[in-house]
Design a protein around this ligand. Structure first.
Ligand SMILES: Cc1cc2nc3c(=O)[nH]c(=O)nc-3n(C[C@H](O)[C@H](O)[C@H](O)COP(=O)(O)OP(=O)(O)OC[C@H]3O[C@@H](n4cnc5c(N)ncnc54)[C@H](O)[C@@H]3O)c2cc1C
Length: 269
C-alpha cells in the first residue's frame, strides 16, 4: 500500500498528490511514468512521475479528473492509501545540451514535462516554456516553471490570461525571434499535431509524449499500439516519447476514442 502524504488542488479538476512509492522513485528519470491501481478491482491508470523525492521515497502525481478512475483517485484524501504503484516505466526523456529548448504543455501536459524542463536547464540549455489551457483556472505550475525556465509564456483559448490563442501562436512568436534547437510537447493529440506542423517549416526537431490508451505497460497487450513512420510501435515500451514528424496522429486520435461508450457508462455508473 502507498500512503498519500500530501494533497493539493491545483485547479478545479487538477489535483497534486505526493505518495509514498520508494521503489518507483529510486531509479526514476524525467519522462517516465507509473501505473496506479486504486484497489484490487481498480483500472490501471498511467500517470507521469511529475517529480521524485528519492530521499523521502515519494512520487508527485498530478491528475486531471477525466473519467471514473481519475475521479475516484482524486477523491482520496491525505492519509488514504493506493494499492499499487508500478514503475518507473517507459523510456526517459533525452537530456542533452541542445541549445534552446521549447517545452510546450497543454493542460495537465505541463505537469508531465516539469522534471524534463528542470533537467534540461541543469544541463545548460536555454529553456523556454509555453503553458496553454482553455482558460486561466486551468493553468498549472506557472510559478514552478518560472523558477527554473529562462522564459515562460502562457496562452489561454479565451484570453482570460496571458496571450489569447493557442500554444502554437506563442511558438510562432518564439521561433520568429531566435533559433530554436528542439521542441518537446505534451498535451491533447490535436495540439501535439499542430505544434509539429508549426515547427516543420523551420526544421526544428519535435518530441511528443503520446497519451495512447495504455493497459499492461509491458508491450504485451497491444492497446497502446501506434504507427511511427509506417511501423507499429507500442507507446508503453517504445515511448511514450516519439519524433513528432513520424507519428500518425490521426490514427492515434481514432484509436483513443474506441472505449468512449464504456468510459461514459463507467462514469455514470
Ligand atoms: C504515459 C502516460 C502518462 C500519463 N500521465 C498523466 C498524468 O500525469 N496526469 C494525468 O492526469 N493523466 C495522465 N495520463 C492520462 C491518464 O492515464 C488518463 O486520463 C486516465 O487513464 C483516464 O482514466 P479515467 O478512468 O479517469 O477516464 P476514462 O473515462 O476511462 O477515459 C477518459 C479518457 O482518458 C484516456 N484514457 C482512458 N484510459 C486510459 C489509459 N489506460 N491510458 C491512457 N489514457 C487513457 C482516453 O483518452 C479516454 O477517452 C497519461 C497517459 C499516458 C499514456
Amino acid at each position: 500500500m502507498h500512503k498519500i502524504i500530501e494533497k493539493k488542488q491545483l485547479a478545479d479538476t487538477i489535483t497534486l498528490m505526493k505518495v509514498e512509492a520508494p521503489m518507483a522513485v529510486r531509479e526514476a528519470k524525467p519522462g517516465q511514468f507509473v501505473i496506479v491501481r486504486l484497489d484490487e478491482f481498480g483500472e490501471r491508470i498511467p500517470l507521469t512521475i511529475c517529480d521524485a523525492d528519492k530521499a523521502r521515497g515519494t512520487v508527485t502525481l498530478i491528475i486531471q479528473q477525466l473519467g471514473r478512475s481519475t475521479k475516484d483517485l482524486c477523491a482520496l484524501k491525505a492519509g488514504d492509501s493506493i494499492k499499487d504503484i508500478l514503475g518507473p516505466l517507459g523510456n526517459p526523456t533525452e537530456i542533452e545540451k541542445f541549445g534552446t529548448v521549447v517545452i510546450i504543455g497543454g493542460g495537465v501536459g505541463a505537469a508531465e514535462l516539469y522534471t524534463a524542463a528542470k533537467a534540461l536547464k541543469e544541463k545548460g540549455n536555454k529553456v523556454i516554456t509555453i503553458i496553454g489551457a482553455r482558460n486561466k483556472s486551468l493553468i498549472i505550475l506557472e510559478n514552478e516553471f518560472k523558477a527554473i525556465a529562462d522564459e515562460v509564456l502562457i496562452t489561454t483559448d479565451d484570453g482570460s490570461y496571458g496571450i489569447k490563442g493557442f500554444v502554437t501562436d506563442a511558438l510562432k512568436k518564439v521561433i520568429s525571434g531566435q533559433t530554436v534547437n528542439r521542441v518537446i510537447c505534451c498535451g491533447p493529440i490535436p495540439m501535439m499535431k499542430a505544434v509539429t506542423m508549426t515547427a516543420k517549416p523551420h526544421n526544428i526537431p519535435v518530441i511528443v509524449s503520446l497519451n495512447a490508451i495504455l493497459l499492461d505497460a509491458t508491450g504485451m497487450c497491444g492497446s497502446c499500439r501506434c504507427t511511427i513512420e509506417g511501423k507499429t510501435k507500442f507507446s508503453c515500451v517504445d515511448g511514450p516519447e516519439f519524433d513528432g514528424y513520424k507519428v500518425d496522429f490521426d490514427e492515434l486520435m481514432a484509436r483513443n476514442k474506441r472505449f468512449l461508450d464504456e468510459e461514459r457508462r463507467a462514469l455514470e455508473g
